[in-house]
Design a protein around this ligand. Sequence first.
Ligand SMILES: Cc1cc2nc3c(=O)[nH]c(=O)nc-3n(C[C@H](O)[C@H](O)[C@H](O)COP(=O)(O)OP(=O)(O)OC[C@H]3O[C@@H](n4cnc5c(N)ncnc54)[C@H](O)[C@@H]3O)c2cc1C
Length: 405
Amino acid sequence: MEKKRVGIVGAGISGLVACKTALEKGFLPTVFEAEANIGGVWARTLDSTKLQSPRPIYEFADFPWPASVTEAAPDHRQVMDYLQSYARHFDLLRHVEFEARVVGVEYVGAKEEEIMAWELWAGNGEAFGGGRGEWHVAVQKGEDGSTEIYQVDFLILCIGRFSGTPNIPTFPANKGPEVFDGKVIHSRDYSNMGSARATELIRGKRVTVVGFLKSALDIAAECANANVMPEKFYDRVEEGSIVLKPSKSFSFCKNGVIIEGEAAPIETDILIFATGFKGDQKLRDIFRECIHPRIPQLAVLGYSESFTNLHTSEMRSKWLFHFLDGGFQPPSIREMEKNVVEWEKYMKRYSGEHYRRSSIGTLHIWYNDQLCRDMGCNPRRKKGFLADMFLPYGPTDYTNLHPTN
Ligand SMILES: Cc1cc2nc3c(=O)[nH]c(=O)nc-3n(C[C@H](O)[C@H](O)[C@H](O)COP(=O)(O)OP(=O)(O)OC[C@H]3O[C@@H](n4cnc5c(N)ncnc54)[C@H](O)[C@@H]3O)c2cc1C
């Protein structure tokens, strides 16, 4: 049988995992990567970035970390080395087109009215539909920016959540960055500068960092490092080189920012928005966080977030390629749409005020249960009833998952 062409957009962890699974299942993958290297977020991050998930759970199921890495939280260089060894080990690099930015995709096959009338995914419930449709992928390459069209039978978007549109708050007139004499940037600009230029930018400066998640803390620590060389984040807080100001809102003034409830401004030379990206809004209504009920021959990997995104992408890749391999059919389009709404309801119920569409952290075991059932595997992964009831579930419980359908 002729091998099916699978286009994969992005060579971060999700794209690499997809490429490896595609090869294992006998497909012909081509990975389009906009940058000159693999690794995605790990290739372009703050100098101080380390893994937040404990290393043992941020590990490929069939490719352990090398024995030389003993740290619980390896730094981004170690993560990159690990990803590069993974890509070399599974011979993935020759399937990656570097500096190849996908600038447009078009489904060529059934017309929109026909698609809207379908009851089953891609018309017949199969991954490749009736064989009539394909995706035309416009890829911009090289210095002259010329565009080439690739034709693929299935397209997988692995473009990540932490890129694209920065999430920058809006301000009333005369209270935003336009009235501020200093510099305003987003954490993405700071990361993209590279370590030397970033250090140069902040050295000797008064920096305000907006946000209190990983990037914000890392940037604050880097600012303190560049200026006074202390060791630890909270030690720096204690000694006053990092000042924490909880505040629901703030506005700009000429020489800094004024936070809610305070009269005096915080004098600032540079303000860095470490407020993340609007990745959550990139997509909606995707079944099993992977396929859209009404978009044929296309899937997404790496959209959902959990306590270990590597495992989440691996599980979905396994599910997706089992589907591409003819292992199962998804339910009807109507059932999928109902299911998406149900999951959204559960997520809102269990995540409460922390609800974000893409974050499956609180429900990830239930999600894995669904994926296992689709693949004909027992979702009870532990040996024995008591272990299943009382021991926590982690990625290693799915290491020997072999789809049986
Ligand atoms: C600072 C930081 C720390 C993190 N720490 C953790 C952690 O400890 N634990 C955890 O579980 N997760 C962590 N994450 C989340 C992390 O994003 C995932 O773990 C994982 O690396 C995501 O991989 P990905 O392949 O899905 O996306 P990405 O790594 O974002 O890769 C997407 C790739 O797609 C490419 N691309 C995008 N658009 C196009 C296009 N149009 N054409 C061609 N190529 C394109 C990009 O260049 C990129 O290489 C962290 C994220 C950040 C930013």
